[in-house]
Design a protein around this ligand. Structure first.
Ligand SMILES: Nc1ncnc2c1ncn2[C@@H]1O[C@H](COP(=O)(O)OP(=O)(O)OP(=O)(O)O)[C@@H](O)[C@H]1O
Length: 349
């Protein structure tokens, strides 16, 4: 009996470098390999599965909130986690959790995407807004008062707490976010450049739980390259919102991002190498560090390791400014939170 001709031919040089059968249709950004689309999907999803299992991220029966912004990262995260949950029987119940920061022309549009994702992925959706949590302040109101500088500080502190509060409202103790390898490398570099060894020590952790939060956060996409996330979303025709935030990003982060992109161009493995370096740095721990005691914020009652939580400190400043405007009808005094900017600007998820 004659055998199919292709099985006795040597593998074609033009074949996919992974399956050695199909024609390649893309060059994989992470490794430079020429591969076909099915192999790209498989290797991309499998790497995320390996990240999930090697860090024991989930347990059967766990309810997990996906921080869903409608952007490419969290949309790919939701899609891939759904695929993996079904493929490998994680037994996890995923819920989409969105924070509405109140940014016209940006978040209102991206939330429309998340509402469609809710049906596409058959996942419940919870939306929590800054306005309802923070004395009726939206990010648009905040920027109108404080200007464009430092707005990311406010947004970061508020979003972090809002994700916690949203999760707690749902009775959930675990939030996953779409932070990717480029974000991780960027953070390592920023902490290195600032000489912030304390943060450098922890910033590559896949699971984080801050002292003033009962909710743990994790990053299943920590080794996924942004370029591959974009490719995956494109080839899978995922429904996501691709506009950047209308407010300017923190300048230092922008510079670190540009540096990472440049490094990636000349050496694609630079991103993963920076993360690995961050993971293996052995940093000197400060002696005599005292464990933080968890209490309640005196103002809002939310869990905090300080007398007043960080969100309330910022709110105090904002409200003082608002009162000054109302009383004088003139421009607000510089807000009281300004002194905290330097300290708070280091905050990230
Ligand atoms: N408004 C939001 N609601 C819920 N989760 C959010 C929100 N904004 C950010 N996140 C979570 O934090 C992650 C990192 O946010 P970042 O602002 O860096 O956005 P990004 O890198 O553009 O991600 P994405 O493409 O998912 O928007 C997101 O992937 C998402 O999981």
């Amino acid at each position: 009996m004659s055998r199919p001709t292709e099985s006795i031919q040597p593998p074609s040089l033009a074949a996919c470098e992974l399956c050695h059968a199909r024609k390649p249709s893309l060059r994989r950004p992470k490794t430079g390999q020429k591969i076909c689309q099915p192999c790209f999907f498989h290797v991309f999803e499998t790497e995320i599965h390996n990240t999930v299992t090697s860090a024991n991220l989930f347990f059967p029966g766990e309810r997990v909130a996906i921080g869903a912004s409608g952007g490419k990262d969290s949309t790919v995260l939701a899609h891939v986690l759904k695929v993996l949950n079904e493929r490998y029987n994680y037994g996890v119940e995923f819920v989409l959790l969105s924070i509405d920061e109140g940014i016209k022309g940006y978040r209102d549009d991206s939330l429309k995407t998340v509402k469609r994702n809710k049906d596409q992925y058959s996942m419940p959706l919870e939306i929590v807004s800054y306005k309802e949590l923070y004395d009726d302040w939206s990010m648009d109101d905040i920027v109108a008062q404080i200007g464009n500088r430092n707005n990311c500080t406010y947004c970061g502190v508020f979003r972090r707490q809002a994700l916690d509060r949203g999760a707690q409202k749902l009775g959930i103790k675990h939030v996953v976010t779409g932070h990717n390898a480029d974000d991780m490398a960027e953070t390592v570099l920023m902490n290195l450049l600032r000489g912030d060894t304390a943060r450098l020590d922890r910033c590559t952790d896949i699971v984080t739980q801050s002292t003033d939060s009962p909710v743990k956060r994790s990053k299943p996409l920590k080794y996924a390259y942004e370029k591959e996330i974009v490719l995956y979303a494109h080839y899978k025709r995922l429904d996501y919102f691709s506009t950047e935030c209308v407010y300017s990003p923190e300048a230092f982060r922008g510079t670190a991002r540009a540096l990472i992109k440049n490094l990636e161009t000349v050496r694609p493995s630079a991103i993963i190498d920076i993360i690995r370096s961050g993971e293996t740095f052995a940093l000197e721990r400060k002696r005599g560090a005292v464990a933080t005691k968890l209490g309640r914020c005196e103002r809002c009652g939310y869990i905090s390791s300080n007398r007043i939580c960080k969100a309330c400190v910022l709110l105090q400043g904002l409200n003082a400014g608002r009162a000054a405007v109302q009383v004088n009808g003139v421009e607000a005094e510089p807000d009281e939170g300004a002194a905290l900017h330097k300290r708070l600007e280091h905050l990230s998820f």
